[in-house]
Design a binder for this molecule. Sequence first.
Ligand code: HEM
Length: 484
Amino acid sequence: IIFIKDCNTFNLPGPRPLPLIGNGLLLLTKSRGFLPLLHKLRKQYGNVFRAHLLHTVYIVLSHPKYIEAVMSRNDLITKGYSYYFLKPWLGDGLLTSTGHRWRTTRKFLTPAFHFKILQNFLPVFLKNEKILIKKLQNYTDGKAFDTFPIIALTALDNITESIMGVSFEAQNNSESKYVKAIESLTKILSLRMRNPFIGEDPIFNFLPYKKVQDEATEILHSHTRKVINLRREELKKSEININSLNENSDLGIKNKHAFLDLLLLSEVDGKQISDEHVMEEVNTFMFEGHDTTTSGICFALYCLSKHPEIQEKILEEQKSIIGDNLDRDPIFTEVQQMKYLETVIKESLRMYPSVPVIGRLVTKDTEIAGLKIKKKASILVNIFEMHRHPDVYDNPMEFRPERFDTDSASSAVNAFSWLAFSAGPRNCIGQKFAMMEMKVTIASIIKHFILLPENMQDIGLCAELILRSDTGVKLKLKPRDKMY
Ligand code: HEM
């Protein structure tokens, strides 16, 4: 009766809920079935539909008309129920927190991602890209291989050495417990998000998944503790203190390891930041800062492997910026000039957004684009579906970077129809960092190799917090002739 009342209250189309379980059975899919299921439901019920998971109503949006109305609001900043599952791992870090805690932390951390600080990370990305290129030389035997585990280590080194200011050289250790723990934990967390029964703590706590989750979380937390302790030791030995953090260098650049140093040395609301808060932010940024860019780089390489002509255009752009000696490292302003490469990355993030679905919780009765939404509803913004919606992008399955060429008359991309980095107050704080890292890494790979497609038809996309593939994001490599 409650569900029938709910259906009427929301006055939205959607599958008919069963007593108690709602649409729980319908949504019980394997990881690779989740995005196709949301696609099927969108086709059946339209750009906004509802589904019930036990006691929670989910409102799924797939069109900019509704999505813009949610993302641009300052009072819709609380994350949806699904983020609850992230708490044992990320606590109240920037991704999962809300209210005063989120506002003060966001304001305090934003300067750490200023472009003047980002310039200092270019040498880190260039150093790690060179180690990656050496490793990739071992994959030129003509066989297809999965790029994900290799790029994940590069991205992990990039985030730890830049914003954390410490080095573990994950790329030189082929087995990274950290990367493996993230993979198994995100699998369990996404299962809990999809499966309402496993989502319930009293059931989950008795399942073997709980033990796997606890073990993986401990591996991740102990790695984070190591990062923090190492940086603490280095700070003790160095001249850096709260006063030097606030001083600008000649270039107007604050301390280059601003992120972790800020957390360790500064005060918020008149108090030193607690150890627990520091842990939560470091866990959040280690995860958000490497798994997302890994997914972004791997799917971009995958798209490029199917488009030799686009690889050539990237190479042409590199020559026009760097000159004929492509072995020379780019400087910061040159990375910013790589506009064509940027359109390639945007187009690849359109088709393969690293974060395919995001959620918000409605904390008071409200109206969104003419829809009356009741308190406690959970909104799912289906970025993946919107990015492939034929009403939003013509021929959406065609890989066409020119869509994002701002000089071209045909580029008519509305600000809210490309949401790879989300938008509004809770957009991605690391987007400039990510774009620079992806440009540096992809440009270097294209300069050294020709990417060839692997013949498999089905890439088995899985929305496991981050977009992955259960078959691996595969391609083949051929060394590029040095004549360029
Ligand atoms: C291709 C790379 C990336 C993509 C596609 C991406 C995408 C996103 C998206 C869609 C959100 C919104 C999530 C939500 O509302 O649930 C987000 C938030 C966030 N991202 Fe990124 N991200 C990327 C890289 C990074 C990097 C490199 C960092 C850190 C250095 C980072 C740190 C964060 C944080 C901390 C948040 C939460 C921000 C807040 O709520 O205030 N991301 N990102």
